[in-house]
Design a protein around this ligand. Sequence first.
Ligand code: FAD
Length: 597
Amino acid sequence: MPTYKAPVRDTEFILNEVIDIHQYSHLPGFTEATPELVSAILIEGAKFVEEVTQPLNQIGDEVGCTRNDDGSVSTPPGFKQAYDKLIDGGWGGLAADPDFGGQGLPHVIANAFEEYMISANMAFTMYIGLTQGAIASIAAVGSEKQKQTYIPKLVDGSWCGTMNLTEPHCGTDLGLLSTRAEPQADGSYAINGTKIFISSGDHDLTENIIHLVLAKMPDSPDSVRGISLFIVPKFLVNEDGSLGARNAVSCGSLEKKMGIHGNSTCVMNYDGATGYLIGEKEKGLRAMFIMMNAARLGVGLQGLAQSEVAYQNAAIYARERLQGRSLTGPKNAEGKADPIIVHPDVRRMLMNAKAFNEGARALMLWAALLVDLSQQASSDEEKQHAGDLVGLLTPMIKAYFTDKGYENATNAQQCLGGHGYIREWGLEQFVRDARIAMIYEGANGIQALDLVGRKLALNGGRALRAYMKLLRNYIAQHATTAGMNEFIEPLGHAVDDLQGSTTWLMKNALGNADHAGAASVPYLYTMALVSLGFMWARIAEAALGALASAASETEFYENKLRTARYFFSHMLPETTVHRMRVEAGSANLMAIDAAAF
Ligand SMILES: Cc1cc2nc3c(=O)[nH]c(=O)nc-3n(C[C@H](O)[C@H](O)[C@H](O)COP(=O)(O)OP(=O)(O)OC[C@H]3O[C@@H](n4cnc5c(N)ncnc54)[C@H](O)[C@@H]3O)c2cc1C
């Protein structure tokens, strides 16, 4: 049976010693988030997922969701009870606005808990994950009445949210969307169309489901410029907030899929369903992007969380499985063989995952902190700076974390040999579950195009300039700090690779857009590795500081330095290869005629 132990000590180390969230204790939300409270939340959160949701992960995968004859959908055994416990414990509204019943804590705290939730049971966590995005969208563009009607119920978990973009002929290219919204005499709209692949489209966890649906009005342009956003509740809501008639939206079928079986992925039929415009007419994509941006960081977190749980199980196995002898002489002389963790190749797979997980956790929490600062910082300038960085980091975190999440889950499976391939050990489920995160919420190739084609140039390149300055300043400040040179020097080389790749793009991509397309993934990888390098330098700095002040837990800090060294010597140098790929341009990629493939 697979196991999971939430990495509470590591999260606390990052929050308290690396990104130091307590320096912001003067800001709203952070005032309440004292180290004691944060510690209590993490410990209780870890207990919750380890005892309640993780034990349901395998059964959720094996049994999956069921569409009943009446069209209703049942979640796997135990999910409803676990959901009720989650809501009773107030875990759904950690970062939500207190005006709507939330606890008003910083996103960075909610993000830390969400990682544990996903590692323990990704399919289950998706039911509440999208609800957070629905709350953000309604809060940003909804009318006062819509906010009062929907947000409190979404925050307290009595209702869930969904996000409806995809149609059979329309995935990445939303301009092709054909769901229609006909204005009705009472100001509502009749929604007609079919959406596919809708996560949590129907289920038995909550009394109502609030669908956010993209559709076009009859007089709108038949392109992305004609898309509006609508709220379509499963049950209509009466004036007094009670539930009214069943709306004409239903789950036509459940998709049969590779992983996340515990989450219902639905074909949703809108047969004249009553919908309400949210935000301005034809500004639907802008409103939906609020939901999608929140969801994109959440999907990046899925990559990290799956990598972590797969790694934990592979590490346990590698310490116990006896096969062969160490190349440098027996390490378990009394036994018939050594544990496989003595073999450098098994170590390679484990170290790649460990160095990614711990660096990515720091990067994820820093990004979540930036989300908080973009909303709560003291000055407009600080808000803008934080918002710019979030915009730049979001596509990178979504794509790189999920690519690595899948790769690390596969390598963890490899550590178990044939036992990784059979069901009992749970590794093959992690691989299957991790795979979807590379596809949904904008496939990873699209994230790379968003980074290179949009985010780099936005506001005259303001975000990238700010990030490069931050990196260069950090390098300059720590170049002569005792013990830091072994980390700062390679970080400097990687930043040079990022700078070189950017300069090449500026010179070449404007004249040939295929150069930008060809460079997009290696460029994104370069920026991701640089960002992890930045985090690993900060981790090493914190570890050196703790060791210098004769901290306890010496082994914990020494292991941070050992892992940092591995990252800088074995993983960061990849930036040079990615830079060469960027600079190779698109000619050889595009040379062969499509018919020859
Ligand atoms: C389990 C699951 C759950 C999902 N949940 C939801 C949900 O809750 N709500 C929702 O609305 N949707 C959901 N989706 C849909 C998902 O977001 C889409 O599958 C995804 O956006 C890709 O669209 P597509 O499948 O049509 O692929 P396509 O758009 O056909 O793309 C196919 C491939 O071509 C590439 N490609 C396409 N266009 C370009 C381009 N211009 N440049 C470069 N490459 C390009 C893509 O990167 C991709 O690799 C879900 C899907 C699954 C499988």
